[in-house]
Design a protein around this ligand. Structure first.
Ligand SMILES: [Mn+2]
Length: 274
């Protein structure tokens, strides 16, 4: 089965929203294979409707173009960053949906967009706030830390996490980062819509969902969001930049990729409003 552009949208032409795969995974994870994420998500989208039941809209009717995957340099973060920058400069879209790749790709995309981001929301089971991981500053365990350094710690929010080292928790406090754990969210129903609403960059690590809904991730972590708990607020959000990362599978039929693709479809429509 040939893999079509995501939901059969236009390809390689100027549009308001650019969809781009960044199949990079070099940093260490329990399970590897996040580089297959973009392929798995496009393949999953082949099996889904292009029509959103929630918005009553067809994604193909919107100004969206899928530019395919950027050729990355697996294992070489700096070379990959250069390639991503070159491609993004060429595309020069108003809005972007990036498909990862592991979470370190967000360090690159945020670097590219840093002057435009007003509020970055990191939706993740993990804090990703280590200063480095085994000497690697550009690891998926350090993504939020690097993002904070680039755009300012006052502009970032960590949402839905339930796993962090004591060092990370201390650093999050020291840098005065706005954080809401999954348990905070359970206690206060206002948090989720309020935080999602203000994001202009939304970074979604698919591991934020309960592993029974999204089992194929680098580091599964129980006690996550249910998909319905998240999608319930889709009408309230209008980000300009989104990434969906850490879909980690080599299977042709992946329930994690189906969830990621479905979320991508709804988010593309939500992005179209902004
Ligand atoms: Mn992450």
């Amino acid at each position: 089965m040939p893999i079509k552009p995501l939901f059969g949208v236009k390809t390689q032409e100027k549009a308001d929203i650019a969809v781009i795969g960044i199949p990079y995974d070099s940093s260490q994870s329990f399970f590897s294979g996040a580089k297959f994420g973009p392929t798995a998500i496009r393949l999953a989208a082949n099996t889904l409707e292009e029509y959103s039941f929630i918005f009553r809209k067809d994604v193909r009717d919107l100004s969206i173009s899928d530019w395919g995957d950027i050729e990355v340099s697996v294992g070489d973060f700096m070379k990959t960053k250069k390639r991503v920058f070159d491609v993004l400069r060429g595309i020069n879209a108003e809005k972007y949906l990036f498909l990862g790749g592991d979470h370190s790709v967000t360090i690159i995309t945020v670097d590219f967009l840093k002057d435009k981001i007003k509020r970055y929301v990191h939706v993740d089971a993990h804090a990703d706030f280590e200063d480095e991981y085994l000497g690697n500053k550009f690891s998926h365990d350090s993504t939020l830390r690097r993002v904070g350094e680039m755009i300012g710690f006052e502009k970032i929010t960590l949402l839905g996490f339930r796993s962090a080292s004591i060092k990370e928790l201390k650093a999050l406090e020291d840098f005065e980062v706005e954080t809401y754990s999954i348990f905070d969210i359970l206690d206060d129903e206002e948090i989720l819509p309020n935080v999602l609403k203000k994001a202009d960059y939304l970074s979604i690590d698919i591991d934020v969902f309960e592993p029974s809904y999204a089992p194929e991730v680098g580091n599964p972590e129980p006690f996550g969001f249910t998909p319905i708990q998240f999608i319930k607020h889709i009408r309230e959000i209008s980000p300009r930049y989104v990434d969906i990362v850490e879909v980690t599978t080599t299977k042709m039929e992946s329930i994690t990729a189906i969830l990621a693709a479905t979320i991508a479809r709804e988010i593309l429509i939500a992005m179209n409003k902004s």
